[in-house]
Unconditional design. Structure first.
Length: 412
């Protein structure tokens, strides 16, 4: 009986599959630059059999606070297409694959590549050799220091500032053209202008496509979202204006014989008015969105440099008038005439605080200029009264602040 049991156990053991080998993969992740492109490249060796299909995933990695307490490592995929991974077919035990290429230089952050042997995507002959157990291996890359990352963010912000200026320039061109053609419609001129305008928008769109859409570099992701919206809004506004031009022309043609087309004329008039209101709303909404984007990205540019420049000219004219009045040394004339230019100067400073002109972070600059003006006015008042005061220093500081403000706002 014992012999029979032993033989049965031995037979059962002989029916089991032989143990599968423990495979390994040794590889590195690097960034290669060639021909104006940066590529994340994985390279190494493995003893996995030929024909195995590995899933190559690329992540941006960050250590974050865990809501449960302590820290945790957060991985964010850099590969968006093909379900977030690259297929890597093995041959000869060698691994070399470009996981991602971009014309934009990668940031100096933490990257990770993960290779996964997934039995669900293998051919049957491969499964017989490599088994049905999922395997994975990782390699990390730290291409730069935190200080280098900070410098890269500063450069990105500088670049975004220029791009935002271009967006605002396009907006002003669009708004100005619409204002002209709303009063005197010219479909042919609009069609010709639109070609050049859309070419400029396309440049913005293509530049934006190169951005990395990752939360770890929040500025980059935010910019990608914002500039996508800018481009779409420009296209939508032009399409609506084209609709308005068509409705306007049809309404004009039918108006030549209103007796025959009374109901249609009424409907067209309502359509024309609705389209015009939508365009006006779209233009107003675009500017509001632009201001929001500027605040979100932390960009200090003025939304309307020309308007800021005009206000500064009014302010400087009022300050110059006060300086000339004080130089006469006539206290009575000062008392009678100084309040009016002083009021103009202060009104100009208040107008500079308009959030439609400057971002909120610019208010400190306005307050600084306001304080310096108050100091200058007090000294000029003493000079007008015949007191000996040294106004040159304050006047020079005031002039320097105005010049710096003008440069900051991009005003002429």
């Amino acid at each position: 009986m014992k012999t029979a049991v032993a033989l049965a156990l031995l037979a059962a053991l002989n029916l089991q599959d032989p143990p599968k080998p423990k495979f390994k993969a040794d590889f590195t992740l690097s960034i290669e630059q060639a021909g104006g492109q940066w590529s994340f490249v994985i390279e190494g060796t493995t003893d996995l059999p030929d024909g195995v299909l590995l899933k190559g995933r690329l992540f941006a990695v960050e250590e974050v606070d865990d809501f449960k307490g302590g820290k945790r490592v957060d991985e964010e995929s850099l590969i968006q297409e093909h379900r977030g991974w690259r297929p890597i077919k093995l041959s000869g035990g060698k691994i070399r694959e470009k996981l991602l290429s971009s014309t934009r230089k990668p940031y100096s952050i933490w990257y990770r590549v993960r290779l996964t042997y997934d039995p669900n995507v293998q051919d049957i002959p491969v499964l017989d050799k490599a088994g049905e157990k999922e395997l994975s291996w990782t390699a990390d890359l730290h291409p730069g220091s935190p200080k280098e990352f900070e410098r890269e963010l500063a450069e990105t912000l500088k670049s975004l500032t220029k791009e935002m200026e271009e967006v605002h320039s396009l907006y002003r061109d669009l708004r100005g053209k619409f204002q002209v053609w709303t009063r005197a419609p010219d479909p042919a001129a609009f069609a010709e202008w639109r070609k050049g305008f859309e070419a400029k928008v396309d440049v913005i769109r293509k530049t934006n496509e190169t951005r990395y859409s990752i939360w770890i570099v929040w500025l980059e992701r935010q910019a990608k979202f914002r500039f996508d919206s800018f481009s779409d809004r420009f296209t939508h506004l032009c399409a609506e204006f084209e609709e308005w031009l068509v409705a306007k022309k049809k309404h004009s043609d039918l108006s030549k014989d209103p007796a025959k087309s009374g109901d249609e004329l009424k409907a067209l008039a309502e359509e024309e008015q609705e389209l015009q209101l939508r365009i006006m709303y779209g233009l107003t909404g675009f500017l509001a969105y632009f201001e929001e984007a500027r605040e979100a990205l932390g960009i200090d540019t003025a939304s309307d440099p020309d308007a800021v420049g005009a206000i500064l000219k009014e302010y400087e004219a009022a300050a110059a008038e006060l300086t000339a009045l004080a130089a006469k040394g006539d206290a009575a004339a000062w008392k009678a005439k100084a309040p009016e230019p002083r009021l103009r100067a202060r009104r100009s400073l208040m107008r500079l605080s308009d959030p439609a002109l400057l971002p909120r972070r610019a208010y400190d600059r306005v307050l600084e200029l306001q304080d310096k003006f108050a100091q200058l006015y007090a000294l000029l008042e003493k000079t007008a009264a015949g007191e000996k005061t040294a106004t040159d220093g304050i006047a020079a500081e005031h002039e320097g602040l105005v010049a710096e403000f003008r440069k900051y706002a991009g005003a002429k």
